[in-house]
Design a protein around this ligand. Structure first.
Ligand SMILES: *Cc1c(COP(=O)(O)O)cnc(C)c1O
Length: 399
């Protein structure tokens, strides 16, 4: 008989995450197979009827659910201590669904100003067409959140830490605001922190959203998104997924589920490397300013250490000499590659002003702390000395 592990012998998250697996097939495989099937057969007409009537659990069609996506979702639910979750084809499919499943004409969204570029486009270009308005607030200003809430506010949305300014929203404070406005959905894009460093649902947030493309994959291979949170909201999201089709592919889920087994190990290394680099840059004469949540010089250092396990893998710094110097610096890097992704095992450098945030006006960029000389570094899991050496030689060569 197959030995089934009981959760009672596994108290800690990491054990549960690694042992979470789609039910073994008759082949008795050790590692989970890839379920590339669009639909699932019914043993009888009666079973087909019962599953469709939701009297019996069972997979129907991979647009709704698949063993690989279910396994991936279960692991993220364990990590975030969530009631339920859903997987999406990309981070943006998840972000879009977190709004689109709930809003209707005349609704209002309160959002942090510092947002992932495409989320900003949703709020400013797409939703106004559908009669949905928004108010932007500075996430660090606690009073601004409540001032922005209107009688027709449906959703409060934010990212923390923000990209690329690494400013934090006070999650405990926002949790208390949720208590005061229980009918408003509080949603956070938790992609930069990952569920390992930050668990927003514990503060009362309704939904936590991730681009799984970043740290969850961690190796720059596949796109994916996931939302976890309260059961009743996930049920409403499920209706949206079933009938609009942004489901994650089983292949991507299979890759991402395996990646989650090592997320905590990778994040520990991303964070210790990032802190080491931030400490070196802070003392460097060619650097104007360094942002990293776990540097004591960060204006929200206390808050960061309260709500995050470590500072994350992103360091944002401003080089002396503006955009021209930043370009020379990026071109002088030897090991670190220039690409707009982040959260990869390999360190990545980006110039936000001319790429990810180039569509904003100069004033909007300065509002987000993006200077012409700002560089965003996604610190990888190489040896920290090699990362630091590459940065130092490129600073020297670009003088
Ligand atoms: C990358 C990213 C997204 C979008 O994710 P995709 O998987 O690229 O669609 C959304 N939010 C944040 C914070 C991101 O970094």
């Amino acid at each position: 008989m197959e030995k089934t592990l009981t959760l009672s012998v596994m108290e800690k998250d990491q054990s549960k995450i690694i042992r979470e697996q789609a039910p073994r097939s008759a082949t008795r495989e050790h590692s989970v197979p890839l379920y590339l099937t669009s639909s699932f057969i019914f043993d009888s007409a009666e079973q087909g009827r019962a599953i469709f009537a939701e009297e019996e659990d069972g997979m129907v069609y991979s647009r709704y659910a698949n063993p690989n996506t279910a396994e991936f979702i279960n692991k993220v639910c364990i990590m975030e201590e969530a009631e339920a979750g859903l997987a999406f084809s990309s981070g943006m499919a998840a972000v879009f669904a977190s709004f689109a499943a709930f809003i209707r004409q005349g609704d209002h969204i309160v959002s942090a100003r510092a947002l992932f570029g495409s989320t900003h486009q949703l709020l400013t270009q797409l939703f106004p067409r559908w009669g949905v308005t928004h108010t932007y607030v500075d996430a660090v200003d606690n009073d601004a959140w409540e001032r922005a809430i209107q009688p027709n506010t449906k959703i409060v949305f934010l990212e923390s830490p923000s990209n690329p300014g690494l400013e934090l929203a006070d999650l405990a404070f926002l949790g208390s605001l949720k208590e005061k406005y229980p009918h408003v959905i509080f949603a956070i894009d938790n992609c930069f922190a990952t569920p390992y460093l930050q668990k927003p649902l514990q503060y009362g947030f309704d939904l936590s959203i991730h681009s799984a493309t970043k740290y969850m994959d961690g190796q720059g291979r596949v796109l994916g998104g996931v939302i976890v949170g309260k059961q009743d909201l996930i049920d409403q999201l499920m209706f949206f997924i079933r009938h609009t089709g942004p489901a994650m592919s089983p292949f991507n889920a299979w890759v991402l589920s395996k990646s989650l087994d090592t997320l905590s190990l990778r994040m520990d290394r991303h964070c210790s490397n990032a802190l080491a680099l931030a400490n070196v840059l802070e003392k460097h004469t060619e650097i104007v300013d360094v942002k990293y949540p776990f540097l004591p010089s960060h204006p929200q250092y206390e808050l960061a250490t309260k709500q995050m396990k470590a500072g994350g893998g992103i360091v944002t710094f401003e080089v002396k000499g503006g955009a021209a110097r930043a370009f020379r610096f990026l071109d002088a890097l030897q090991m670190i590659l220039y690409t707009s992704n982040l959260g990869d095992a390999r360190s990545i450098a980006t110039h936000p002003g001319s790429t990810t945030h180039s569509k904003l006006t100069e004033k909007e960029r300065l509002n987000l702390g993006i200077k012409p000389g700002s560089v965003r570094l996604s610190v990888g899991i190489e040896d920290k000395d090699d990362i630091i050496a590459d940065i130092l030689q490129a600073l020297e060569a670009s003088k």
